[in-house]
Design a protein around this ligand. Structure first.
Ligand SMILES: Cc1cc2nc3c(=O)[nH]c(=O)nc-3n(C[C@H](O)[C@H](O)[C@H](O)COP(=O)(O)OP(=O)(O)OC[C@H]3O[C@@H](n4cnc5c(N)ncnc54)[C@H](O)[C@@H]3O)c2cc1C
Length: 391
C-alpha cells in the first residue's frame, strides 16, 4: 500500500519530480566538474520555473507571496529535491517561517519580503569555532549602544554566505537586564565590520560555500533585532525542527534515486554471464535499502502530518530528531550499498552514487549531529515517556 497522500500532495510530488528531472538532474555532472555551478543560463531557468510552479518559499503563506504549502506537501517536494546532487536543489529557497512570523513591518519590507520574492537571500550564522553542538556556548556578543547594537564574534560554516546579501546572526546580549541571553539579528552583508576570513574547501562540490565570517564592531540599528532579546534560542530551535524534518525528507529522496539508479544498473550489468541483479548478494543490498527507505518515509510523512495537525512542539522536537537521525543514517547506508553495486563506476565522480556517498555524510552532522539527536530523543523519552513520543 502506498502512503495515503492527498490528491494535492500527489500532484505536487509529480510536479516536483518533473522539475528535478528536467531542470536540475541533467546539470549534475556539469556542476560536479565546475565547482558546483550550473551551466550558463540553467540556474535562472530553474529559479523561474520553481517560482512558476509555486515551489519557492513554499513554507510561507500565500498571502505573503509564498507557496502556502502544508507540511506534508513541503515534505513531498523536499523529497524530490533530495533526489538531486550538488546542491542544485538549493535554487528553491525557503526562508525560516519563524522569522517571517516574528518580522516587524520594517523587517518584512527590508529582508523577509524580498527573500520570499527571490530578490534577496540569507544565510544563518550560529555556529562558532568553540560552539557547534553546544549552541549555548557561543561567544559572539551584541552590546546595546544608543539606538542600536554592536556585534562582535566569529562564525563558522556559514552556508551560502557567498550568495547571501544578509546574515541572520545569533549572539548573546552583553549588559543590561537580559545579559547573557540569546538574540538574533539581521545583519547586511555589506555592513562595516563583516568580513569573510576564510573559505575552506568541503567534501561536496557545491556552489554554495561555508566561509568563516568575522564580525568586528558591527553596528546595527535596534530595528534589526528579531523578536525580543532572549528569544534567539527559541527561533533557532524552531528552525532546527523544520530543517531536521526537511533533511529527513531529502535523505528519503536521495535513497529513492540511489535505489532506482543502482537497481537499473544491476539489471543491465552482466558478470559471469548474467545480470548482477540476479545474484542474491546484490538483491539483498537493494532489499535492505528499500525496506529502510520505506521505514524512513513513513516516519517523515507521519511527522509532517503531526505538524499539520498542530501537535505539541515539545513532542515534535523529539520526533524530528528521530526522523532526522534515522533517515540520515539510512541514506548513508543506502549510498554505501549503491557504490558497491556500481563497482568501479561507483567510485567515479560522474556517478550519482559517488556524489551522494560524499554529500549525504553531512546530513549526519549539520542541524545537530547523530549523537546530539540521540541525546534529544533520550531526554524526551525520559521526560515524556514512550507513549507520548510514538503512541
Ligand atoms: C557543510 C556544513 C554546513 C553548515 N552550515 C551551517 C550554517 O549555515 N550555519 C551554522 O550556524 N552552522 C552550520 N554548520 C555547523 C553545524 O551545524 C555543526 O557543524 C554541527 O552542529 C556540529 O557542531 P561541531 O562541528 O562544532 O561539532 P562538535 O560540537 O565539536 O562535535 C564534535 C563531535 O563530538 C560529538 N559530541 C558533542 N557533544 C556531545 C555530547 N554531549 N555527547 C556525545 N557526543 C557529543 C558530536 O556529535 C561530534 O561527533 C554547518 C556544518 C557543515 C559541516
Amino acid at each position: 500500500m502506498t502512503y495515503p497522500l492527498s490528491d494535492s500532495a500527489r500532484r505536487l510530488q509529480a510536479t516536483a519530480r518533473r522539475f528535478a528531472d528536467t531542470f536540475l538532474i541533467p546539470h549534475e555532472v556539469h556542476a560536479e566538474m565546475h565547482e558546483g555551478e550550473f551551466p550558463a543560463g540553467a540556474e535562472a531557468a530553474a529559479v523561474a520555473e520553481a517560482a512558476k510552479l509555486g515551489l519557492r518559499a513554499m513554507n510561507i503563506p500565500k498571502e505573503a507571496g509564498g507557496g502556502g504549502l502544508s507540511y506534508v506537501e513541503q515534505t513531498v517536494v523536499s523529497e524530490q529535491i533530495g533526489r538531486v546532487t550538488n546542491g542544485l536543489g538549493w535554487c528553491i529557497n525557503t526562508p525560516a517561517r519563524c522569522l517571517y512570523e516574528a518580522a516587524t513591518p520594517h523587517q518584512m519590507e527590508t529582508w523577509i519580503g524580498p527573500t520570499i520574492r527571490g530578490a534577496r537571500s540569507e544565510c544563518y550564522a550560529i555556529t562558532e569555532a568553540g560552539a557547534g553542538s553546544d549552541v549555548d556556548a557561543i561567544a559572539s556578543t551584541a552590546r546595546r549602544d544608543g539606538d542600536g547594537y554592536v556585534i562582535d564574534g566569529e562564525k563558522w560554516h556559514v552556508t551560502s554566505a557567498n550568495h547571501a546579501d544578509y546574515l541572520v546572526v545569533q549572539a548573546k546580549i552583553a549588559g543590561g537586564v537580559n545579559d547573557g541571553t540569546h538574540a538574533l539579528f539581521f545583519v547586511d552583508r555589506e555592513s562595516s565590520g563583516v568580513e569573510f576570513l576564510r573559505t575552506p574547501a568541503y567534501t561536496h562540490t557545491y556552489a554554495h560555500h561555508h566561509p568563516i565570517v568575522g564580525l568586528q564592531g558591527v553596528r546595527v540599528p535596534a530595528a534589526n533585532l528579531i523578536g525580543k532579546e532572549g528569544e534567539g534560542m527559541a527561533f533557532t530551535h524552531d528552525w532546527f525542527r523544520y530543517e531536521r524534518m526537511m533533511i529527513a525528507a531529502r535523505c528519503c529522496g536521495a535513497a529513492e534515486r540511489l535505489i532506482e539508479e543502482a537497481g537499473a544498473f544491476a539489471g543491465e550489468r552482466t558478470a559471469y554471464g548474467k545480470p548482477i541483479g540476479e545474484y542474491q548478494l546484490i538483491q539483498a543490498m537493494l532489499a535492505d535499502s528499500l525496506t529502510e527507505l520505506w521505514a524512513a518515509r513513513l516516519m517523515v510523512y507521519r511527522l509532517a502530518e503531526a505538524h499539520d495537525a498542530g501537535d505539541d512542539a515539545k513532542i515534535l522536537h523529539g520526533q524530528c530528531s528521530m526522523a532526522k537521525l534515522y533517515a540520515s543514517e539510512m541514506a548513508n547506508r543506502v549510498a554505501d550499498r549503491a557504490v558497491q553495486i556500481f563497482g568501479g563506476r561507483g567510485y567515479m565522480r560522474e556517478n550519482v552514487a559517488e556524489r551522494f556517498f560524499r554529500e549525504l555524510r553531512v546530513d549526519r552532522i549539520w542541524e545537530g549531529t547523530s549523537e546530539i539527536q540521540r541525546l534529544i530523543i533520550a531526554e524526551q523519552l525520559r521526560k515524556r515517556g514512550q507513549a507520548a513520543l510514538i503512541g
